[in-house]
Design a protein around this ligand. Structure first.
Ligand SMILES: NC(=O)c1ccc[n+]([C@@H]2O[C@H](COP(=O)([O-])OP(=O)(O)OC[C@H]3O[C@@H](n4cnc5c(N)ncnc54)[C@H](OP(=O)(O)O)[C@@H]3O)[C@@H](O)[C@H]2O)c1
Length: 280
């Protein structure tokens, strides 16, 4: 195997490259300094030059609220950029693993965890572009893996856990949304399952968040408890906490496609949080 990892300077790409190295799998990590995803010729040239057997595509426009103001740029990176990668993979006969999100679903019309095949109806610009990215991968390739994840935290980047720790220490209290449900997901655990799936030849779409379910408010309380910080966590509703992009009420992703394919579910998010705080 010879794996190209895009977005290596981000949260997930960083840990995927580390995991590949730990598995002694030849790999190269690239980010925007190496080539811009929106530059079709640059994408093709880089993939031809490295001639990977697999591409793990972690790079993306991930600023969910900003995307409402910059829909064109968000689409250029997440749709066109992903299409460029997928078509270049086709040209060099590489397999592709693409990361997507629970935001491809509408987030409101179902109480249960979303199944892989449920109707796609993204409600914000970022979600729309990530779904179109899925379609671009499926259109270009037969040998692909799509992994949907939610509420990601990793060492190499900004995330909810780091923000809570900072705000908690600064202010001694935080206000956190209490009516959105999902599973916080640790990049190291995603890296483990992604590398396992990548070697399986079991192509298809999977949901790979950590196990368990909470709200942002519940997760914030666990973060402070696990970190040994006395911080008051005040619940607020989505209606009270306005954001430019619509956020799903239900971000829960069913793990059934994963377990039916013979993979173990990811560890519980509380276990992942404890390991993450040690890593920090
Ligand atoms: N974070 C989450 O909660 C979450 C949830 C569900 C799914 N996902 C998906 O998981 C994947 C990894 O997310 P992440 O949190 O690791 O993202 P991240 O930390 O934001 O990293 C993304 C990387 O892509 C780079 N990038 C952006 N535009 C680019 C361009 N035009 N050309 C080349 N590189 C570019 C970014 O560079 P700059 O920093 O310089 O822009 C950054 O290094 C993404 O596909 C994301 O959509 C994330």
């Amino acid at each position: 195997m010879r794996v190209l990892v895009t977005g290596v300077a981000g949260q997930l790409g960083h840990d995927i490259a580390e995991k590949l190295a730990a598995l002694n799998i030849e790999n190269k990590g690239v980010d925007i300094e190496d080539f811009d995803l929106t530059d079709k010729q640059a994408v093709l040239a880089a993939i031809r030059a490295y001639a990977p057997t697999h591409v793990i595509h972690c790079a993306a426009y991930t600023a969910v609220d900003k995307a409402e103001r910059e829909p064109g740029l968000c689409a250029a990176v997440n749709v066109d950029g992903t299409r460029h990668i997928a078509r270049a993979c086709r040209e060099v006969s590489a397999e592709m693993l693409y990361f997507s999100t629970d935001y491809v679903f509408d987030g409101f019309s179902r109480e249960e965890p979303w199944e892989v095949g449920d109707k796609k109806d993204p409600q914000n610009q970022y979600g729309k572009t990530k779904y179109q990215g899925e379609l671009a991968v499926q259109e270009a390739l037969d040998a692909y893996y799509i992994l949907r994840i939610s509420w990601v935290f990793g060492k190499n980047g900004h995330n909810f856990v780091k923000t809570m720790l900072r705000l908690g220490k600064e202010n001694g209290e935080v206000r956190v949304v209490c009516d959105q449900f999902g599973a916080p997901t640790y990049t190291r655990d995603v890296a483990d399952i992604a590398c396992e799936i990548l070697q399986s030849k079991k192509y298809g779409v999977y949901h790979t968040p950590n196990s368990g379910c909470t709200t942002w408010h519940g997760f914030a309380r666990e973060i402070f408890e696990a970190a040994g910080l006395a911080v008051a966590v005040h619940p607020v509703t989505t209606a009270e906490y306005k954001t430019p992009a619509v956020r799903p009420k239900n971000s829960r992703l069913s793990l059934s496609s994963l377990t039916q394919a013979g993979f173990a579910p990811l560890p519980h998010y509380s276990d992942a949080l404890a390991r993450y705080l040690k890593e920090l």
